[in-house]
Write a protein that binds this ligand. Structure first.
Ligand code: IMP
Ligand code: MG
Length: 194
C-alpha cells in the first residue's frame, strides 16, 4: 500500500477543524446538478451555438459535473475575476477581469456558470461586460444563492439551492483558497473565519 493511501485511511480529513456542519451532501448536490442539466438541456434544445462560461475558480467543479448532464452540443470557456477587498466576506462593487474569454461571444447563447451569488456585485459586473459584446442570449446558472445578502439584483435563470447567510466551503468554494475539492458543501466554523 502506498503511503498516500495509508495516510488517507488513518488521518482525519484536513477540513475537519473548519467544518461546523454539512449543509449539502454529495448526493444532494449531484441530484440537483443532474436536474439542472436536464432543465438546461430542454431550455436550449435546438441551439446551435451554446457556450458555457465558467467563472473561475469557484465554478469549476459545478461546470464539469453540470456539462455531463447537458445533452445539447456546446463549448466551454473560462473567465477569472477579482474583487477588491475580497476576503472571507462578499465582494465590493469594484471588480476586475484577471483572465478574459478566449473567444468572441457575438451571436452566441451564453450561459454563465457560477458557484454562488452573494452580494451580486461580481455577477453584475460580468453581466454588463458580456452584454456589451452582443451575445444572442445571456443567462445565469448558479449553484448557490444567498438572497438575504443581495446588494444588486441578479436575474438568476437556473438555481441549485437557496441558502441562508452562512459562509460555506467545498465543491468549488474555498476557505482561503483551500478545500475546493470537498465533494460536499459545509458551513465554516465561526472561529475559523477570523
Ligand atoms: P458577490 O460578488 O458578493 O456576489 O460574491 C461572489 C463571490 O464571492 C463568489 O463567486 C465566491 O467566490 C465568493 N463567496 C461568496 N460567498 C461565499 C461563501 O459562502 N463561501 C465561499 N465563497 C463565497
Ligand atoms: Mg471566491
Amino acid at each position: 500500500m502506498t503511503s498516500f493511501i495509508k495516510q488517507r485511511m488513518t488521518q482525519p480529513p484536513p477540513y475537519i477543524p473548519f467544518l461546523d456542519e454539512v449543509l449539502l451532501t454529495e448526493a444532494q448536490i449531484q441530484e440537483r446538478v443532474t436536474e439542472l442539466g436536464q432543465v438546461i438541456s430542454q431550455h436550449y434544445a435546438g441551439s446551435q451555438n451554446l457556450l458555457l462560461v465558467c467563472i473561475l475558480k469557484g465554478g469549476v467543479l459545478f461546470l464539469t459535473d453540470l456539462m455531463r448532464h447537458i445533452t445539447v452540443p456546446h463549448t466551454i470557456d473560462f473567465m477569472a475575476v477579482t474583487s477588491y477587498g475580497e476576503g472571507a466576506r462578499a465582494s465590493s462593487g469594484q471588480v476586475r477581469i484577471l483572465m478574459d474569454l478566449a473567444q468572441s461571444i457575438n451571436g452566441r447563447d451564453v450561459l454563465l456558470v457560477e458557484d454562488i451569488v452573494d452580494s451580486g456585485n461580481t455577477l453584475s459586473y460580468i453581466i454588463n461586460q458580456l452584454k456589451a459584446r452582443h451575445p444572442h442570449s445571456l443567462s445565469i446558472c448558479t449553484l448557490l444563492s444567498k438572497p438575504s445578502r443581495r446588494e444588486v439584483e441578479i436575474p438568476v435563470d437556473f438555481l441549485g439551492f437557496e441558502i441562508e447567510d452562512k459562509f460555506v466551503f467545498g465543491y468549488g468554494l474555498d476557505l482561503d483558497e483551500r478545500f475546493r475539492n470537498m465533494p460536499f458543501i459545509g458551513v465554516v466554523k465561526r472561529e475559523a473565519l477570523g
